[in-house]
Design a protein around this ligand. Structure first.
Ligand SMILES: Nc1ncnc2c1ncn2[C@@H]1O[C@H](COP(=O)(O)OP(=O)(O)OP(=O)(O)O)[C@@H](O)[C@H]1O
Ligand SMILES: [Mg+2]
Length: 569
């Protein structure tokens, strides 16, 4: 069953693989003919006949064998690269379409190792593994048939030995598979812990945790090595077993064959050819064993790739936005928890936002404000109640269309590696140069751009580390404004700005709120006193809605928040 899935990767390449395999077989056949030709040459010594023909045949066989084998192995490698490409494409395709909830559980470093490491292992098993095994089996059978034509008794001796090896290898194979699966898991684990340290690089340094993190990654590397050694151990044991067996067969054949030559029942040339064939058995048997090992690797890799490919994908397509008017939002009795074993975050959240204007969500940390945005973007599905955007339940919106209508600036405003321009155009591929400059001016990034060595084409570093925190936030806002959303979601989007820039941004947001609906989450109430309505959230619900002045009068929590921020006397 798993094997069939494995072969599914091969199917698109089966023609080239077949040609490559055939070339390999021809090459093997040429190799197989060698001892026979050698026998003719030896026979020619004894007779007076010409040596030229057998020698010429031998030379041609060598040449043809070499060229054909090389061509075959090139085609194999080509197919291998094609298979890896296909596996990587489909894996990455799935990875970027997963549901946010699934990605929350996965470790990025481990995911990376599946795309880079495990797909590479597939190549080995699907090309060399399969083809070498087939051609080895052919060689094996061919050699045995030819040996049978030479001497039945010697063949029997040989076969006995081959059967013994087969039994031993069959015992070793499952152990190799177990060790191999663990080895690949260990590599993924190492990727995950290394990723953890790299993602929090400055924190690691600031915490003086370098040595501990080095040790953690080192331990994972040691585990990977140990598992690798186990695989190597069992593999060499299988190798030694086959080698020993052939040596024993050689001695046995030499003994039995020598006696038969002495008694005149066997020609010397036949014994020589038989012994040569015996040594011809060594590589194919070795390759069969190797093929078995590679198959175990491939199956383990396959399992790890399938784990990701079997996760559900989101049905997102590129969507054109049709409406140009602001959208309203309605939460009605929404109940949501992040997982079955997680506490309830929204316990009957209800509020309504009419189209246009500025609405603020405030409340203590952990009240579920960011979760409101995550639900609107459908990163997660709420368990009950209903959420509507523009009067339409979000479950009825095509996902791509829904997200195309929204603009979202996350709480920790990520900037992607690349240039400033790439970041700005990330959410709006077709923005014009003029729109770009307007967005820069609005977010007061134009000074920064003027200062940068390459202006808009300056790289910003991994996660935007070359920018300041406030600059990153403004890049994130500019990027989202360029998207011209019908509903703009800003999560603490100006928390890292200085007072002057923040005031300017507030004006811009107020301006944007005239043409589109804006939802902001803010801890600093000073930034939202001018909002058209403020939704106060606490303990999984909405406790009050109103303007600043209304709430100061009517809501105790709000009054408290405002008082501690010197907004009321
Ligand atoms: N991806 C997640 N998986 C599981 N639980 C989560 C996840 N994100 C948030 N939570 C939990 O949900 C609760 C609400 O989180 P949320 O981010 O909505 O709070 P918030 O109101 O935005 O807080 P803050 O003001 O600190 O940003 C928190 O208790 C948090 O632990
Ligand atoms: Mg939050």
């Amino acid at each position: 069953m798993v094997l069939r899935e494995l072969l599914a990767y091969v199917r698109p390449h089966r023609k080239i693989l077949l040609v490559g395999g055939l070339l390999g077989l021809v090459g093997s056949a040429a190799g197989l003919a060698m001892p026979l030709l050698a026998k003719y040459v030896v026979d020619a010594f004894g007779q007076t006949g010409s040596m030229a023909a057998p020698l010429l045949g031998l030379t041609v066989a060598v040449l043809v064998g070499a060229v054909v084998s090389a061509g075959g192995s090139y085609l194999m490698e080509r197919t291998g690269e094609g298979i890896v490409l296909g596996a990587r494409r489909s894996l990455v395709d799935r990875m970027l379409r997963l549901k946010v909830a699934d990605v929350d559980r996965l470790k990025p470093g481990d995911l990376l190792s599946r795309v880079t490491g495990d797909t590479t292992l597939l190549r080995a098993v699907l090309t060399n593994g399969i083809v070498d095994s087939v051609s080895s089996a052919f060689m094996l059978v061919g050699a045995i048939v030819l040996m049978a034509t030479m001497d039945g008794v010697l063949l029997l001796v040989t076969l006995l030995v081959v059967v013994v090896i087969g039994g031993m290898v069959a015992l070793i194979m499952p152990r190799i598979q177990r060790a191999q699966t663990q080895a690949q898991e260990a590599v993924g684990e190492m990727g995950a812990v290394l990723d953890r340290a790299l993602q929090a690089y400055r924190t690691v340094k600031a915490s003086g945790a370098e040595e501990r993190e080095i040790a953690v990654v080192g331990d994972a590397a040691v585990r990977a090595r140990d598992r690798g050694l186990q695989v190597a151990g069992w593999t060499s044991l299988a190798g030694v077993a086959t080698w020993m067996a052939v040596q024993i067969a050689f001695l046995a054949v030499l003994g039995v064959g020598g006696a038969r030559v002495a008694s005149g029942t066997l020609e010397v040339s036949s014994l020589i050819a038989f012994l040569l064939y015996l040594f011809y058995l060594v590589p194919p048997i070795g390759q069969l064993v190797q093929g078995g090992v590679q198959l175990q690797q491939g199956l383990a890799a396959m399992k790890r790739i399938k784990e990701i490919e079997d996760l559900p994908a989101e049905p997102v397509g590129v969507a054109e936005r049709r409406e140009e008017r602001p959208f309203g939002v309605r939460f009605a009795d929404v109940v949501f928890r992040y997982g079955d074993d997680r506490p309830v975050v929204h316990d009957g959240v209800s509020f309504e936002v009419s189209p246009g204007g500025l609405t603020a969500l405030v409340g203590p940390s952990g009240a579920g404000k960011s979760t409101v945005f995550a639900l609107l973007e459908r990163f997660y599905d709420h368990q009950s109640g209903s959420i509507a955007i523009d009067g339409r339940d979000i479950r009825d919106w095509p996902l791509g269309e829904l997200r195309a209508a929204l603009g979202y600036v996350e709480q920790d405003a990520p900037v992607l590696a690349g240039t400033l321009r790439e970041n700005l155009l990330f959410a709006a591929r077709d923005a014009t140069e003029e729109e770009l400059h307007r967005a820069l001016a609005r977010t007061r990034l134009d000074d920064l751009v003027a200062r940068l060595p390459d202006g808009l084409d300056t790289p910003v570093g991994h996660r935007g580390v070359l920018l300041s925190g406030g600059e990153r936030q403004r890049v994130a806002i500019a990027r989202t404004l360029l998207r011209k959303p019908r509903l703009l979601l800003l999560d603490e989007a100006t928390s890292q700005l200085d007072a002057v820039n923040e005031l300017r941004l507030r004006e811009v947001i107020a301006e944007v709120a005239r043409e589109t609906t804006v939802l902001v989450i803010a801890h600093r109430l000073s930034t939202v006193t001018n909002a058209d309505r403020i939704v106060v959230m606490e303990g999984g619900g909405v406790r009050a809605v109103g303007t600043h002045d209304e709430l100061v009068g009517a809501d105790e929590l709000y009054r408290e928040l405002a008082a501690t921020q010197f907004l009321v006397g």
